[in-house]
Ligand binder design. Sequence first.
Ligand SMILES: Nc1ncnc2c1ncn2[C@@H]1O[C@H](COP(=O)(O)OP(=O)(O)O)[C@@H](O)[C@H]1O
Ligand SMILES: [Mg+2]
Length: 314
Amino acid sequence: MPAITPQFSKRKTRSVSKKAREAGAPASEFSAGGQADTVSMGTLPDLPEAAWAEPAQLATLEARDITAWFGDHMVLDEVSLTMAAGEVTALIGPSGCGKSTFLRILNRMHQLVPSASLAGEVLLDGTDIYDSRQRITTVRRDIGMVFQKPNPFPAMSIYDNVAAGLKLTGLKVKRSTKDHVVEECLTKAGLWKEVRTRLRQPGGALSGGQQQRLCIARSLAVRPRVLLMDEPCSALDPTSTRVIEETMSDLVREVTIVIVTHNMQQAQRVSNQCAFFLAAQGEPGHIVEHGPTDAMFGAPQDPRTADYVNGRFG
Ligand SMILES: Nc1ncnc2c1ncn2[C@@H]1O[C@H](COP(=O)(O)OP(=O)(O)O)[C@@H](O)[C@H]1O
Ligand SMILES: [Mg+2]
């Protein structure tokens, strides 16, 4: 199978990136070498049935000095953030300040963009997900992603959409386990009661809010340790949004959640921790301030945070 990210470069040090910029050369020419990740679906081990009986182990995700580029354009500058186990961390800030890029770096999706590169480390319970020994399939299984626009497989049944989460990572699962996983994940995503009698209907027939919960169920099927959510409710009505927020507060007991949101009320309702990103005109994004959500909204340290959380810009 061909490498899916032949041009991706993870810059090993800050000095390499500086050299690249000073030389005015495209970032890719100074790459530390692509990791030639290949998706070899057939080689993963069977999912042990017992794995589903064990309680999930909560994980901390730590980003250290993340600098990111698209070509020569630096979009994040030395961003460090610890996303604590069992908590919801909200990433807030105006459009274009690098929140989605940061989120995509957290599960190695950034490297899917041909011109993309980065420096820094992302540690999942202390292990660098960019270490050359880490398989990309394992990283994406451990760190799942839910996108802004619900993206179920529309023609596929509700049941198969959830089971597809398992299939896509190459895990072979017995039918009885699959039934159990589908029910469990739909329950956790807050959708089971609404769909239990129509599991064979297509995912595309559900409402937008239901489709987003179906996508959450699909991500949960592989037992991720972290769930990344990029504005998961911005395309949904208030009622669906509320249901997803309730789902998140249940889920966070077993999966660490990082959510990008433009909705300040939502950040306050769902998150324990909050990080405020900002990019000055023509400058890369950085974190102005982060901390417990109550403090970020109640007593922000930086006047720019106060202005943003109070809706004075952005
Ligand atoms: N695929 C891409 N190619 C080139 N530039 C990109 C790409 N995606 C995002 N960017 C740029 O990176 C910066 C950060 O974007 P993004 O992470 O999407 O910000 P946010 O999610 O905070 O709105 C912006 O300047 C944006 O134009
Ligand atoms: Mg974004």
